[in-house]
Design a protein around this ligand. Structure first.
Ligand SMILES: [Zn+2]
Ligand SMILES: [Zn+2]
Length: 189
């Protein structure tokens, strides 16, 4: 029984509320929106959140986009995945891909809090977190951890479920290819 939370659905926890939460969580000194450079913003402005983080209908099993009113995509109906549910806050595309890249590949650990807030605002994520016995981040290989300096999944998991996160229970037995550029069918955890 697994649920997977992808950085990637938003209960229009209104953009304004998300902005306020980001503001409370962020630095005392306001900065510019990382997307449109509007100032001040923490760290993505209200207009950009409203424009780029609208909740979209997604398959309840794999989080792929589906037509309105469809709950489970054809692929998951034909071949049910081993996951009970998958939640995606946003598509891995403009502008979020750049934010996630800054978080994962440029060592900007400060993105953990805004991305965790974005994920928490996604439909069905809050109930999934409440129902979870444990929230387990996928570990990095020792080499990847040395390169990156932190495990981005562990930072997100601790922010999403501080009392039920355990980053020590899973072990990565073999290094896997970077997900960037991989076809969906080639992505292995
Ligand atoms: Zn903006
Ligand atoms: Zn599906």
């Amino acid at each position: 029984m697994f649920r997977s939370l992808l950085a990637g659905a938003m209960s229009l926890a209104p953009a304004r509320a998300l902005q306020a939460a980001w503001g409370r969580a962020g630095a005392a000194v306001p900065g510019r929106c990382a997307v449109c450079a509007a100032w001040p913003a923490h760290p993505v402005c209200e207009a950009c959140v409203r424009r780029f983080a609208q909740p979209l209908p997604r398959c309840r099993r794999c989080a792929l986009r589906v037509a309105p009113g469809v709950e489970v995509c054809g692929g998951c109906l034909r071949t049910p995945p081993p996951l009970d549910a998958c939640h995606a806050a946003v598509a891995y595309g403009y502008p979020w891909a750049a934010c996630i890249a800054a978080f994962k590949f440029r060592g900007e650990a400060g993105w953990a809090r805004p991305l965790a807030l974005l994920l928490r605002s996604t439909p069905w994520v809050e109930p999934a977190l409440e129902a979870a016995d444990l929230v387990l981040p996928m570990p990095l290989s020792p080499q990847r951890l040395r390169e990156r300096g932190f495990n981005q999944a562990a930072l997100l998991a601790r922010l999403l479920a501080p009392r039920r996160c355990d980053a020590t229970l899973l072990l990565r037995l073999r290094p896997t290819a970077r997900q960037v550029g991989l076809d969906l069918s080639l992505i292995h955890i």
